[in-house]
Write a protein that binds this ligand. Structure first.
Ligand SMILES: *Cc1c(COP(=O)(O)O)cnc(C)c1O
Length: 246
């Protein structure tokens, strides 16, 4: 998709990015957090290859895509080994093999079956030598607000702890944290804040339960509508598309 009729997309994207960064800095300052501890993932699912390349030239190397197939085309077109691709959309198990070759981080692990399938494919890929010669990083997606149309585990600590026990047995998939989304809202602040607080609390509870071999450190939450609130509530990764490419 992307916008037509502007000859210099880079200028528009640079202006937008500057605004997003300023808003991130403002939110971090408000919460007395170090801005450098927060990763901005540029979500490129609605942008052209050209617009995505412009964002890369502006220094954003973490890029997020929702669909494996679209990402495969874009990754091949950009052909830049510095880029760190994040899968942020639902993963069908039959795409696991492709996913572990394309993405260093998968934010949308929403079942034991997906986790096990990714681990199996990541293990195989390492044997034949993949670009990610280490493990694949994964985040467990939580349907924090219990929305019917969203993927993710239900927002219950017991369910998450069971999931982490299973993931603790896997060799090639390393769980680093949790991902969640707030419901869409015209005025997101009062809706998103308690959702993000709940996700943060679940991360803390999981660490206290201590059932996974490593501490979980990442909270992937906040998009265009609510990334400032998310940062105030502890996000370590924000996933922003529209505010950058609009
Ligand atoms: C599309 C998408 C985003 C980015 O949304 P914007 O509102 O464009 O910032 C973030 N996270 C997920 C999971 C998405 O699907």
């Amino acid at each position: 998709m992307g916008k037509t009729g502007d000859s210099i997309p880079e200028e528009r994207i640079a202006r937008n990015l500057e605004r997003v960064r300023a808003r991130m800095a403002e939110a971090a300052a408000k919460a007395s957090r170090d801005l450098s501890s927060i990763t901005l993932v540029g979500v490129t699912k609605y942008s052209t290859n050209e617009e995505t390349a412009a964002l890369v030239r502006l220094g954003i190397l973490d890029l997020g895509e929702s669909r494996v197939q679209d990402a495969a085309r874009k990754i091949a077109a950009l052909n830049d080994a510095r880029l760190r691709w994040h899968l942020i959309g639902h993963l069908q198990t039959n795409k696991s093999k492709q996913a572990v070759k394309l993405f260093g981080t998968i934010h949308s692990i929403d079942s034991k079956r997906v986790a096990e399938e990714l681990d199996k494919e990541a293990t195989k890929a390492m044997q034949v030598g993949s670009p990610h010669n280490n493990t694949v990083r994964g985040l467990i997606e939580i349907n924090v607000a219990g929305e019917e149309n969203k993927f993710g585990l239900p927002p219950k600590s017991e369910t998450l702890i069971e999931m982490l026990k299973t993931c603790g047995e896997l060799r090639s998939l390393r769980i680093v944290g949790l991902m969640g989304m707030a419901p869409y809202a015209e005025n997101p602040e009062p809706i998103s804040r308690p959702v993000f607080q709940r996700l943060h609390a679940m991360l803390d509870e999981a660490n206290v339960a201590n059932v996974y071999p490593q501490r979980l450190t990442e909270l992937s939450m906040g998009m265009t509508q609510d990334f400032q609130v998310a940062i105030e509530e502890g996000a370590t990764i924000v996933r922003v598309g529209s505010a950058i490419f609009e």
